[in-house]
Structures are given as C-alpha cells and as structure tokens.
Design a protein around this ligand. Structure first.
Ligand code: SF4
Length: 74
C-alpha cells in the first residue's frame, strides 16, 4: 500500500521544519528552500507523490508540524 502526499508551494515558507527536523526520509530541500519530495517518491514532480505505508507516520508528523499546513498526507 502507498499513501499520497502533496506539498503546496504557494503556502510553503521554506522554514525547513519538514525536511530538516520532522521527516528527512520523505522530504528534502528544493529550489529556494521549498520543501520537495525525495525523488524516489515523486510522481511527476517535486510536490506530488506516493510514499510507502511505513513512511506515513513520519510524513504525517511533518504535515502536523508545518506552520502553514502546506503538506497533505492521504
Ligand atoms: S514545514 Fe511547511 S512551510 Fe516549512 S518547509 Fe516544510 S512544507 Fe514548507
């Protein structure tokens, strides 16, 4: 099973919380500090993709911690 993840670059403030602290297994620093999915998980671009079930908790922690709710999991 896999879980859909999206990042809204219109909202992301490049704070780094998701890729530096909460879930570096799934997210990485992209252009201009914007959050991007690691390449293994992308489906077409850096902001849309799918992650395996065992990464869902980590990605959800990042979504919960994101100060502007830019990450959607599931
Ligand atoms: S935690 Fe949110 S605002 Fe901060 S880099 Fe990640 S997606 Fe962007």
């Amino acid at each position: 099973m896999s879980v859909k993840v999206t990042i809204n670059h219109d909202e992301c403030t490049s704070c780094g919380l998701c890729y530096n602290d909460e879930c570096p297994d799934v997210f990485e620093e992209g252009e201009e500090g914007l959050s991007s999915l690691k390449s293994d998980f992308r489906k077409g671009g850096p902001t849309d993709g799918e992650i395996p079930d065992d990464k869902k908790g980590c990605a959800q922690n990042a979504a919960d911690a994101c100060p502007v709710s830019a990450i959607t999991v599931g």
